[in-house]
Design a protein around this ligand. Sequence first.
Ligand code: NAD
Length: 314
Amino acid sequence: MRLQDLMRDRRVLVTGGAGFIGSHLVEVLSERNKVFVYDDLSTGRLSNLDDLDAELVVGSLSDLDLLQRTCKGMDYVFHLAAIPSVPRSIDDPAGSNIANQNGTLNALIAARDCHVTRLVYSSSSSVYGDTPTLPKHEDMMPDPLSPYAVSKLAGEYYCKVFTRVYRLPTVSLRFFNVFGPRQDPRSQYAAVIPKFIAQAREGKRLTVTGDGTQTRDFTYVLDAVQGLIRAALTDKGDGQVLNVARGDRVELNRLAADILAAFGRVLDDGVEHIAPRPGDILHSQADIGRARALLGYEPQFTVRQGLDMTIGAL
Ligand code: NAD
């Protein structure tokens, strides 16, 4: 079934809808639903919503009154707004906390007061920390290594508590290195794939942190979108945390070679190794069994397919 056909005739609010993942969700949902975007445009861009049939409310998660007014009449809230960067949270822990932890609390209060059918929260694999166990499964003890990870974990706990205490149905999805078109390569905190693609395209050497043997569970953005929509629609999993990823891992050196190859270049002279980033983990791979069982989630895109579509969209 097409992603666009999973949900129809609903009113949905996407916080962070002008951002990378949010705008893909808006693109898919807006075909058959009435979509509202709530975003302060801090890291998101208006151009991400070009030609999409969605109503934009420019506002901060800190503005509970505006958030509550925007939430009225919604069936679902997809809460994606956040400052989504480990290094940025290390530079500015208070700023990350306000957007991510306090912001999630406000989104939950608004969703509770407007009696929405469900709030789906986008959490992060960073909450697992650097435990050697692979793949990471949801019953493992979280071990955050950065203020960002702490703030995302706090959001999960708030979701659980709002389900228990106020009976607001919530599901938290832990995303693992989502990538795809529209991901910002220019930020100093850019994720590795858009950064590598921009460097390869400009004929520069790809800056690989450490020795490049780190691995990540790179997830194409439309698989993340599939997880979000299925999490809203299921009647299972209230208050639960679910991994959403490809369920595989790719070494950074392999990724660099594939991206260089797509631009007709070779690894030998195309890479420069730089110091590892504080708070970064070595290996990451998700166990996606729970999302499969509860949501019927099944990733549809390999990393190579996702890279081709990302590079093709440039
Ligand atoms: P993004 O920066 O592109 O999108 C975040 C959006 O939130 C932006 O449009 C930004 O303007 C908005 N925003 C930030 N602070 C706000 C505030 N205080 N009030 C209102 N709007 C605000 O990031 P993304 O990669 O699309 O991430 C979306 C969500 O997914 C985040 O919650 C992030 O933590 C989570 N996540 C992303 C990844 C990934 O690999 N991209 C991995 C794990 C989790």
